[in-house]
Design a protein around this ligand. Structure first.
Ligand SMILES: [Zn+2]
Ligand SMILES: [Zn+2]
Length: 240
């Protein structure tokens, strides 16, 4: 359902992908949410009045990525739809920064609870105690199950290590995503009134920053953002 085109730089091996991404405006969060087109996500934003497509391309002149948000649905003909989507993009970036800061705080607070559990081991007559360490603030409670062979102190130490690893992993993901968001330039096109005409505009796009001509998507004419080398299409994946 979603077609992903993968390009690889012949010189440095850098990989770039074109994804079929969509967006909807979440009026409760006041955020523009981007998501991939998949069967599992097909109902996302179903109630939203404002929806559209997102593509990412590259400006050779600025040497920056450019995201293009195309509004394809504006159910109630809301005025200033363009501004609403733009504000929603910025709000969503701010929310990511909030999550990053919150995760850093959670790491500092590092609260946990320990539950002891008496377990009956079938092969032995004895009961053994295992410990469950719960970090309630993360992901609705990141839980670490201690091995029965370890004492309480050892289980807690292991759990804290595991907890930090988990938070660092999520933090890393958010920080990378946030950096990409703030480094990219973007613009919003309102195509909700005349789809066919607006799609013709996509052949004549200019960078929102420097106004140089840009393509709608990454293609074989795009120079590699890392080294300027030539890209070639190496894979087309149809994912569901
Ligand atoms: Zn390269
Ligand atoms: Zn530019």
């Amino acid at each position: 359902m979603a077609l992903t085109e993968e390009y690889t730089c012949k010189k440095c091996g850098n990989k770039l992908v074109n994804k079929d991404n969509l967006f909807f405006y979440d009026s409760e969060l006041k955020a523009t949410i981007v998501y991939p087109l998949l069967f599992s996500t097909a109902s996302r934003g179903a109630d939203s009045l404002i929806k559209g497509d997102v593509s990412e391309t590259y400006c050779q002149n600025c040497k920056k990525f450019v995201r293009i948000y195309i509004i394809t649905t504006n159910k109630n003909n809301i005025e200033n739809v363009h501004e609403i989507v733009k504000q929603g993009i910025n709000n969503n970036i701010d929310k990511k920064l909030m999550v990053i800061n919150e995760l850093k705080e959670i790491k500092k607070r590092e609260k946990y609870m320990v539950e002891k559990k008496k377990e009956k081991i079938m092969s032995k007559v004895a009961h053994e105690t295992s410990y469950i360490v719960i970090f309630p603030e993360l992901n609705n409670g990141f839980t670490y199950y201690g091995d029965s062979g370890l004492n309480e102190h050892e289980v807690i130490e292991k759990a804290i290590d595991g907890f930090h690893e988990q938070v660092d992993y999520i933090l890393d993901f958010y920080i990378k995503d946030y950096k990409k968001d703030i480094e990219a330039n973007y613009f919003v096109l309102d195509a909700s009134n005349n789809l066919s005409e607006s799609y013709n505009l996509l052949d004549n796009l200019n960078c929102p920053k420097c106004h140089a001509k840009i393509d709608y998507e990454i293609n074989e004419k795009t120079p590699c953002p890392k080294c300027g080398g030539k890209l070639s299409l190496t894979n087309t994946i149809d994912s569901h």
